[in-house]
Structure formats: structure tokens, C-alpha cells
Design a protein around this ligand. Sequence first.
Ligand SMILES: [Zn+2]
Ligand SMILES: [Zn+2]
Length: 478
Amino acid sequence: MSTPCCFSFFNTAKATPATPASAPVPACTHSDKPVPAEPHLPAAHDHYNPCFQSTGASHAPMDAELPAYTAHALFSSDARDAIKAAINDAVPGLTKLSMYISDHPELGFHEVRAHEHLTDYLEEAGFEVERGYKGLSTAFRASWKRGKGRVFGFNSEYDALPTIGHGCGHNLIAVSGVAAAIGTRAGMQKAGIQGEVVLIGTPAEEGGVGKGVLLERDGYKGVEACMMIHPVAGPGVKPGMAAVTPTLAVNTVNVEFFGRAAHAGGVPWDGINALDAVNIAYSSISALRQQLHTSDRVHGIILKGGEAPNIIPDHTAMKYYVRARSAAGVEELTKRVCACFEGAAKATGCTVKHKTERMLMDLRNNLIIAEEYASAMGKEFHIPTLVAIDDWNYAGGSTDFGNVTYAMPAVHPHYAIDSPNGGNHTVAFRDACRTKEAHDYTWKFAAGMACVAARFMQDDKFAADVKDWYDDNTKVKE
Ligand SMILES: [Zn+2]
Ligand SMILES: [Zn+2]
């Protein structure tokens, strides 16, 4: 299966933390200690040293008001403590869930067991759950509502990669969404916030554009802003840091050339060579590459090159990914790439068919949400978060959450875990996503999302700023 998704931004540039190097160390001090090899987490009933503890601050009354939104303001302490306490309480169960998903990897649109376990968990936790959401048997929608108010969404992914299982850490993404939803609910309850928290379970990120399908089917209807987080690793990356950076939009193009078979030794002049068309197309695209912008990417493989050397190939196939900074840029670049296919067909006398799959759009991270998230992570957890939404030095991979960021104000931070022997899409990263340390980071970054969600529901000024920024900078004008 093809996998155009995921990230390499930490490999392409050195991240500069938004917080100075002299910033306080993370509150979770055990994270900074060398972590012994620990391929498996302790069972849920074992002692689990939580990632964060209550600050011990006295709890404010239920109806405490959040402060008016100002950039980098601290989040309300009582809502914040409730968020952390609720996630803390859920850690044993969520860890068990994450490890189950990691132990039972399922490919996109076939995440049957993950869907079942996640929805069972959410229903038991008191959420209203819709299984098999929008006609996708492994999608779901879980929600919790209090009064009338704004709706904030999270996404959980839980699909695996062929042969290496959860080499992209989607077991952690799955439970990060659940943790954020549980935390947000607790913050709403504690601070008397009205609104709705929605968790959408989105299948098939690795090549299926599941979120694109759900968007087309109105699966995000009513959701006013959305977040998800993704673990990453790479050389020189300090575990525990986070970043909000762009990803590239990508089109997948499937190509077939049709020629005419002939005896290659006897009557080659009777043949029309579909392999020659592949060869010319490949070379034409290689020549085109010199004229592309440095952030554009065109890369492909030959799926079929013929049956035997003594038969002039009459049918060949290729698959290409075309990436650029924006959906519009990908559309333009795809036309130039497809011209190479058509030119190759013309030159060889073949006919050609090319079909473009559903696009993964670039991430259009909302700056106001991103800064609020960085503020929450920095001031609450002493974790530096780089906000560089337009710095293309960090772009490399792609994600279907990009489609969500086009549709509404949304942010997709990455957070680094310790995986010295390999980054995303490796066995080493899969194993790193099973450690207690990786889970501890996940709870913190999920709590940060919950802080943003609760503020979005509570704080009119913040919500208005988020929406205005989306309207002015992100929304595609008709
Ligand atoms: Zn991936
Ligand atoms: Zn991924």
C-alpha cells in the first residue's frame, strides 16, 4: 500500500525552540532522565507514575470565570487542574488501549478492532458514540455536550502501516484524542463552560485520505475548530519538544500505458512498446524536476514493466506522488507531470490513462490556536513549542488533516519522542511509541489540546480571533 503521509520536518531543519534555552525544565522530571530500554509498558494495574501531578493549588469554585483572552495568557487554573486530573485518572485505561492497538495493527479502512475498543471505551466513559460514522465502518463520532455553546473537535487516527505495524505511532494518536476529549469535558465541568466536545475517529490516514472522505460526507458538520497531535522523531530532535509547522499537499497519480505486444526478436517492428513510454515519462519528469521550486516533490515508481524480455510490453503502469506547498500548487504541478505522461505516449504511439486520487491538502495551521497551544504547553508544562506555520524548511511529509485545516480553523502540532534508532515509518519508531516515556509525553500534549478547546468554548474573544484569522488567512475564497 502506498503511504504518502507523515512527516520528516525534524530531519530537514534544526528546530529553534520558541522558549529560550534557559526555560525551566519540564515538570515531569523523569522525562529528562535516561530511560532504560522498555519495549513494553507495565500492565495497567502496575504502578504508573503519572506524567503530571496536581499542582496542589486550592480548587476555585465551580463557576470560576476564565480570564479574558490575551495572547500567551495562562489558562484558568481550576479548569487546567481538572483537565490534568481527569487525564491522569484515565492513564491506566488509555495506556492499555494504546498497547492493544499497537499489538493489533490494522490497515486503513480495516481498523475493526481499534474501532471497537475505542468506541467501547468512550461509551463506557459517558460519551455519546456513533459507530460506523458516515458510512465508513471504522470511523466514529463521540461527543459530550453541556448546555449550548461552541463545538470543538479532536481527531484520533488508528491505522497501521503494511509489514511494520504502528510505525507511525497512531496508537498514541488514538489515545491522545480520547485523553483530550476526557480532559476537555472535565475542564468544562469544573469551570462551568458550555459547549460540546467532539472526537472524530478517522480511519486510513496512511494512504486512504479518510478525513477527506469524512469531510465530503459532512462528517465534521457543526465542528467549529479542530486539533490533533502526532508523534515524530528524528536526528538531533530533543524528545518532548513540539512544533506547529506546515506539510505539503500531495496528489497521487496512477498511470497506465497501453501498447501492442509482438515477438521481440522476430517482429519487433509490429510492437508498440509500453515500457518505452514508461522510460520516456520517467526521464521527462526527471528533466522537469530541475525547473521545480525547492519545496516541490515529484517521485514515483514503476509498478509494471512487462512480462518477459522476449515480448514487447503492451501494458505498463506507474504511480507518482506530486507534492507542493498548497492544494492549488499541486493542481498546477500535476498538470505538468501529466503532460510528461501524455508526451511519452505520443512519442511511442501508446495510449495512456492517468487518474488522480483524492488530494491530501497542505496544513493550513491556524496561528491563533497554535499560539494558544504553545502558550499552554510552555507555561503549563514548560515544554517549548515552535510555531512556524509558514516555514517551508520544515515541510516534508503530508497528512490528510490538511484537508481539515482548509475546512475550519485547525492545528496539527507534532511532538517529539525518544526514538534514537529510527524516525516515523520504521520498526524502531513503532517500538518507541510503546514506551512509558512516549505515553507520558502524549498525555501532556493531549492536555494542552484540552486547554485550547476549553478556552475556545469559554472565551468569546479568543474564539472570534480564531475565526477571524481563518477567514482572513486560510479560508479559500470562492
Ligand atoms: Zn505515517
Ligand atoms: Zn502518521
